[in-house]
Ligand binder design. Structure first.
Ligand code: URP
Ligand code: ZN
Ligand code: ZN
Ligand code: ZN
Length: 459
């Protein structure tokens, strides 16, 4: 079956323009200024619409056990929300529990995702336990299409020490793998928590005070020194602040290969949301925490200058009931917020529409760069002959208001509740199949596992 998508504005990472796209089953077979309808069995008119390569969210946590509970969204609700928001591929963090092999962790994540996912999915492997046996399993992971790894410098259940991080990176250097790292100084955070506890400051509004920007910047600096020593390129995930960004820029000036990711919440929300305290503040208890207006400006500027490569969501959702587990003690609030459904429309409305980034930059940070960095390019991440027909059609004139009532999450609140959007997801094609039409999900659970190649450098 050949399908012709006519008259849309096709946005790629380097250029955009009015083009026709001819699909042959699951694959894009031609992209041209004018393709005759006679070549197709079916024609869809996309006049006035923007066509992006399917968005890729390389930072989600679905069906993850943390803080004595499990994230509200599993692969079923999480990937349903993803596809409704134009995300055709997610890369979730398969997580090794202490004492577990990487193979066991990967099998566990397949069990959670296989047959349940409405968008394509891959896995990074989060390493929480490091020894020679685990080191030997890195090869199996890469062969299974898990070419990217995640390390935590904080969280007691998952953190590795600097020497261990060095050893992982050294091994990845030899194997052609790459790691994304959560950077915060765990020891000082623990000391600040003890201090807050001794002063009886246990409300949610204390959360940002025990995780200040300098503790992220210090950890980023230390990670960069570690990665430089190992000779391995590195990804700083969920970058939030100017101080940490400066560390990255300084390392790059010294010739180091460093990539950075940020998230919509760090671009659009600030720490004033903690001031009200209690259940309201608990919704925004994420790590690292929301920062200042000046940090948002720094992140937008870095995006504009192509110094931040990807915008992911760090989707890690907990209901208000789950957040209430920490109502007497903020350290018991499960950390994280949902976001996988609203990333594209938020970035279009507040990035492209407001002139902070171009449509091509939006394409780069949501599609092209994650496809390259996470080993899926050019099958994904671009609209070109030979690529998989994962496409998002955005209606730039359509308006909406974000609300928990209309989202697909297994959630009872939306962090961006009431936020106005101009630019809505109209249609989504997942390997050539129309899975979202007029903003409504039509086909569920059509997602497939994506074994990934080794990373290539964006740009
Ligand atoms: O608070 C957050 N971000 N929770 C998710 C886990 C992580 O740190 O990425
Ligand atoms: Zn993290
Ligand atoms: Zn420094
Ligand atoms: Zn995360």
């Amino acid at each position: 079956m050949k399908l012709l998508l006519q008259n849309g504005t096709v946005v790629n990472g380097q250029e955009s323009g009015k083009k026709d796209i001819l699909l042959d089953g699951e694959i894009i077979c031609r992209v041209d200024t004018e393709i005759s309808p006679e070549e197709a069995d079916e024609v869809v008119d996309l006049e006035g619409k923007l066509v992006f390569p399917g968005f890729i969210d390389a930072h989600t946590h679905f069906d993850l056990e943390v803080s004595g509970t499990v994230t509200a969204d599993d692969f079923e609700s999480g990937t349903l929300a993803a596809i409704a928001g134009g995300t055709t591929t997610i890369v979730d963090f398969a997580t090794q529990n202490k004492g577990e092999t990487l193979r066991e962790a990967l099998a566990n994540w397949h069990k959670k995702a296989d047959g349940r996912s409405s968008c394509d999915y891959g896995f990074h492997m989060a390493i929480s336990d490091w020894n020679e046996e685990i080191s030997a399993q890195i090869k199996d992971m890469i062969e299974a299409g898990v070419t990217t790894f995640k390390l935590y410098m904080t969280y007691p259940a998952m953190k590795l020490n600097d020497g261990e991080i060095y050893e992982v990176l050294k091994r990845l250097h030899d194997m052609g793998g790459i790691a994304g790292v959560h950077c915060e100084n765990a020891d000082i955070i623990d000391a600040l928590i003890r201090e807050a506890r001794s002063q009886g400051r246990l409300d949610a509004d204390t959360h940002p005070r025990v995780r200040p920007a300098q503790l992220e910047a210090e950890a980023v600096h230390r990670l960069l020194v570690t990665a430089r020593t190992a000779g391995t390129p590195i990804i700083v995930v969920h970058l939030t602040c100017e101080e940490a960004y400066r560390e990255i820029e300084q390392a790059r000036a010294g010739g180091q290969e460093v990539y950075a990711e940020t998230c919509p919440q760090y671009l659009l929300m600030d720490d004033s949301l903690y001031v009200q305290g209690g259940a309201e503040a608990a919704k925004y208890v994420i790590s690292p925490p929301l920062r200042k207006k000046k940090d948002q400006e720094c992140l937008w500027k870095a995006l504009k200058e192509d110094r931040i490569q990807t915008v992911s969501t760090d989707h890690c959702s907990f209901t208000t009931g789950q957040k209430a587990m920490g109502k007497e003690d903020f350290t018991k609030i499960p950390n994280g917020m949902p976001g996988v459904e609203t990333r594209g429309t938020l970035l279009y409305t507040y990035g492209v529409r407001e002139g902070r980034i171009s449509p091509e930059q939006m394409c780069r940070v949501l599609s092209e760069n994650p496809a390259k960095l996470y080993g899926m390019y050019p099958q994904k991440g671009c609209i070109a002959a030979g690529s998989t027909a994962d496409l998002v059609i955005l209606d730039p004139e359509k308006e909406a208001v974000i609300s928990a009532d209309t989202q697909h999450y297994a959630m009872d609140y939306a962090p961006f509740e009431g936020t106005k959007i101009k630019g809505c997801i109209d249609k989504v094609y997942l390997h050539g199949t129309l899975v979202v039409d007029e903003g409504t999900v039509q086909v569920k659970k059509a997602g497939r596992y994506v074994p990934r190649q080794k990373y290539t450098a964006p740009q």
